[in-house]
Design a protein around this ligand. Structure first.
Ligand code: NAP
Ligand code: G4F
Length: 362
């Protein structure tokens, strides 16, 4: 039996990966942060909460990472924990560096010190490409990060390749494009839309404020993407792989399909709200995952229309169960109303700098 340690097991990918590894007879350990309110609803909804071993650890605390590796004695570490919301990284740029960038060093240093035979997966991202690149993007496309999140992930990407080259650690970067599911965090645009379409259709909400409707993303289905993480660590040699569907769709298209799924016209409910624009946004992401197809035998199966349908139906089921009085645990009921969201990145952008440059010669 192999042992696996998943950092960020409470997140979307962590939960699906734990489920996959349990099916493959791994002993699964996962790190979680100590929070004032426990956050295990994803593991509970997959029915695996009692089947995984949980270790408290925070990425800002090296000693807790060391302890997690010492306790779990893993053959494989899947490093998924991060501050993963791009918008929030503009509000907390120092946190992005501390958690998302330096967190990778803390995990890799622990592996280097404890057991260099541990295989390591780094959750890299299509956000590394930023703007100004041709689509589709593959492993040879240059990186040009456009957010504090992406800059932090770029550091993690290079640390992973450096530890591979310097210490011979089996370390892989999965450059994953956006992947979604009913377990997606509620603030990401797909879940925000599927949840709102479900609520509006049941008379529980009236409007859906969104930001940039023109952004294009390559959206796939998360349970399939965690399979690629496992495949990367089963190869003979460590390498980096792009994972995506190869299709790209706009936020507007996602909203249109989601409202169609509940028999409504999206244009009657969606309003553009400047608060949800980012200081810089990535215009277009589209994967060329031919390397993964060829080397890993990995293929996306769920495409855009099916993905939207799965997400909207699950949010509808949840709200219907809730309306029947079931105490059904998931994230949406605890989400604040959009009206109360006031953060730096959600405030309207300034048209001109506050401090004007001094006139020449003054
Ligand atoms: P997610 O749902 O936001 O999960 C992130 C996980 O990281 C959660 O378990 C979270 O714990 C944990 N975490 C955050 N800060 C931490 C800290 N300081 N110490 C320890 N744990 C911490 O993200 P996801 O969608 O599953 O994504 C998994 C990884 O893949 C992330 O690194 C993300 O950046 C990357 N990625 C995601 C996508 C995508 O489309 N989903 C694409 C490319 C790359 P709490 O539950 O306590 O918050
Ligand atoms: O759903 P999003 O917040 O995801 P984003 O920024 O693409 O990042 C996700 O995918 C990355 C992989 O490419 C991961 F690395 C990262 O961890 C995360 O999982 O936003 C998608 C698009 C953006 O262009 C955003 O500006 O939707 C646009 N958008 C428009 N209105 C909105 C909204 N995004 C959010 N979250 N909320 C809105 O109201």
């Amino acid at each position: 039996m192999k042992n696996a340690l998943i950092t960020g097991i409470t997140g979307q990918d962590g939960a699906y990966l734990a489920q996959l590894l349990l099916q493959k007879d791994y002993k699964v350990y996962g790190t979680y942060r100590r929070l004032s309110t426990p956050n295990f609803w994803r593991l509970q909804s997959l029915g695996i909460f009692d089947k995984v071993a949980l270790i408290p650890a925070d990425l800002v605390d090296s000693s807790s990472i060391m302890t997690a590796i010492n306790i779990s004695q893993p053959h494989e570490v899947y490093h998924l924990a991060a501050q993963s919301f791009v918008g929030a990284s503009f509000d907390q740029p120092v946190g992005a560096g501390e958690i998302t960038a330096l967190g990778v060093t803390r995990v890799l240093e622990s592996i280097k010190e404890i057991n260099q035979d541990i295989r390591f997966y780094q959750a890299s991202t299509s956000e590394l490409y930023g703007n100004g690149n041709r689509a589709p993007q593959n492993e040879r496309t240059p990186f040009r990060p456009s957010s504090p999140y992406a800059a932090a992930k770029l550091y993690g990407y290079w640390l992973t390749t450096i530890y591979r080259e310097a210490y011979g650690i089996f370390a892989c970067n999965g450059i994953l494009f956006n992947h979604e599911s009913p377990l997606r965090g509620i603030e990401f645009v797909t879940r925000k839309i599927s949840n709102a379409a479900a609520k509006i259709s049941l008379g529980l909400k009236e409007r859906l404020p969104l930001g940039n409707l023109e952004a294009l993303r390559d959206w796939g289905y998360a349970p399939e993407y965690v399979e690629s993480m496992w495949l990367m660590l089963q190869q003979d040699k460590p390498d980096d792989y792009v994972i995506g569907t190869g299709e790209t769709h706009s936020v507007k298209e996602f909203a249109q399909k989601a409202f169609e799924a509940v028999g409504l016209d999206w244009q009657k409910y969606v309003e553009v709200d400047q608060r949800f624009f980012r200081p810089v946004d990535v215009d277009r992401l589209q994967a060329d995952c031919s390397k993964a197809k060829q080397s890993l035998g990995w293929q996306p199966r769920v495409k855009f229309d099916k993905l939207v349908e799965i997400m909207v139906q699950e949010d509808l089921n949840r709200w219907r169960r809730c309306q029947k009085g079931e105490a059904f645990p998931w994230d949406a009921p605890n989400y604040p109303s959009e009206a109360s969201m006031l953060t730096r990145s959600l405030r309207p952008r300034r048209e001109a700098p506050l401090v004007q440059p001094c006139p020449q010669g003054s």
